[in-house]
Design a protein around this ligand. Structure first.
Ligand SMILES: [Zn+2]
Length: 207
């Protein structure tokens, strides 16, 4: 298993409604999932250490045919839906909340990637998480093709890390951190434990 904590200190991703950068959410989640899987005796590596800056291609090249690459991110919405809060750095929106999962048809193991995505979506739903469908809206910046709406699975062929991976690969947007509630809920050990359990269940069910 290869876990990719999305973004880096130099390219921090979106900013949550609480003013916290996305890469910090990604780092904490990646660390929790990796620790959980190691306790289950599943060999697990990370593409990036905490303060490392590494390109998407380099991350993808760390995969090999025997692993699954799971890139972990936290989500936002288009800028027209964001409002700023005067007392903190963050931008907020109640436009969307929930998880989404992306796969690329350009990945050399596309069918297997879809099997993993389906198992992950199922495991997240079972734990009470809900998918967000806002990436399928017919507006600039979204317009993603949705493969399984009930499980929040989208096709995004050009995602660099997915199409360049040598292994099956998925990208999980674990929560929409511009949403005031999700910014807080997804920054807890409890939320990270739920995601970790779902990832483990996915691996057990696809093997
Ligand atoms: Zn991201």
């Amino acid at each position: 298993m290869l876990i990719d904590p999305g973004h880096s200190p130099k390219s921090p991703g979106t900013i949550g409604c609480n003013g916290k950068h996305e890469y910090l959410y990604n780092d904490a989640l990646a660390k929790a999932v990796a620790a959980f899987l190691k306790r289950k005796n599943i060999p697990t590596d990370l593409t990036r250490l905490n303060n490392e800056n590494i390109s998407l291609i380099e991350r993808a090249q760390k995969s090999n045919e025997n692993c699954l690459l799971l890139s972990l991110h936290h989500d936002s919405v288009q800028s027209q839906f964001l409002y700023s809060k005067s007392n903190i750095r963050g931008y907020c929106s109640k436009k969307a909340k929930g998880f989404s999962i992306f796969v690329s048809r350009k990945n050399p193991h596309y069918n297997e990637s879809v099997r993993y995505a389906e198992a992950l979506g199922t495991a997240l739903l079972k734990r009470g998480l809900i998918p967000t469908l806002h990436h399928a809206e017919p507006i600039t910046g979204e317009n993603r093709e949705i493969l399984m709406p009930d499980k929040g699975i989208y096709i995004y062929d050009e995602l660099t890390i997915l199409k360049n991976a040598k292994s099956p690969a998925l990208l999980l947007e674990a929560a929409v951190i511009v949403h005031p509630q999700e910014a807080l809920i997804s920054d807890t050990d409890e939320y990270r434990r739920i995601i970790s359990e779902a990832v483990y269940e996915m691996l057990v069910n696809v093997k």
